[in-house]
Design a protein. Sequence first.
Length: 178
Amino acid sequence: MKILIIKGSPHIKGSSNLLTSQFIKGVQENHHEVTEFDVAHHHIAPCLGCEHCGMDGPCVQKDDMNELKELMLSHDVIVFVSPLYYFGISAQLKAAIDRIYSFTMKLSSMHKKTVFICAAWNSSKRTMDAVEAHYQALVDYMHFEDLGMILATGCGTPSMTSHSAFMKQAYELGKSID
């Protein structure tokens, strides 16, 4: 199985990416192919809302989204990774998700499987309510199949994260991908 990891954190060694490394470890033990795409360190412009694409045509913008589009269309599982910023995903990941608009019809008809990994400083479960609802709405709208989420609260630093139960949960979720 081909698994695409879309990283949305500007912190290469941050908590969300640390959790993702454990997820990848579990996935690779099942001999799946993993591709990582770091939207925070690629050039992905925000959607212009120009409607040129009509949800099923080429985007007028010429940036790294063309590469990400091909990866999303060619992989079986898409993993969205982000730190929690003000109760939502990072601006970098949001820009990439918004740009899915130009190939919504094709991508939604493929019934992709998805995973969501998010790390937050706050340890309250309620902290993740809005971002979880956003992810679930995306899954429903795009006809994705959710394979699981890691909503890691109390993971504000890599040290906090590495000592949390979420490390094992991320590994186990990766291991469960078949």
